[in-house]
Design a protein around this ligand. Structure first.
Ligand code: FES
Length: 140
């Protein structure tokens, strides 16, 4: 079964999670008590669940994530213009991966970590190819 390694900003491993192949990344993180905000509950709307995938970057992405990122980039949010940034609610864990969480819970900013999320990806995923450039150096 794939292992998801959660690292902090210094790339120090905080936890390792063994998950069933095909598990939604956000669900795996929440079920293993990872501090990750997920305001909309995993429907590709809020972008609070974004993660950077340092190793094991998927070669596909959902159209919903793609369209949400396009809107964010057009509005000047350049942090979404990176091949290793994904919405955890739009990723299926197929192989080992190393991830860092972008937004952790802070009671001053958030009422709660977020709504419950379903097991599967919402909306029903339409998969697009996702290319990881060699310069990122994260292809295993
Ligand atoms: S976009 Fe809202 S939880 Fe993923």
């Amino acid at each position: 079964m794939p292992i998801v390694s959660v690292v902090d900003f210094m790339m120090k491993v905080q936890k390792e999670i063994t998950v069933e192949k095909g598990t939604k990344l956000l669900k795996a993180l929440i079920d293993h008590d990872t501090d990750i905000v997920h305001t909309c509950g995993g429907i590709a709307k809020c972008t609070t669940c974004r993660v950077t995938i340092h190793k094991g970057v998927p070669t596909k992405k959902t159209q919903a994530q793609h369209e949400r990122f396009e809107r964010a980039i057009k509005s000047g949010q350049s942090q979404f213009d990176h091949p290793a940034v994904f919405l955890a609610c739009q990723v299926l864990v197929e192989d080992d991966m190393t991830v860092s969480v972008s937004e952790t819970f802070n009671s001053i900013i958030h009422d709660s970590p977020g709504k419950d999320t379903e097991d599967g990806i919402t909306p029903d995923p339409v998969w697009l190819d996702h290319e990881v450039p060699d310069w990122w150096g994260i292809k295993d």
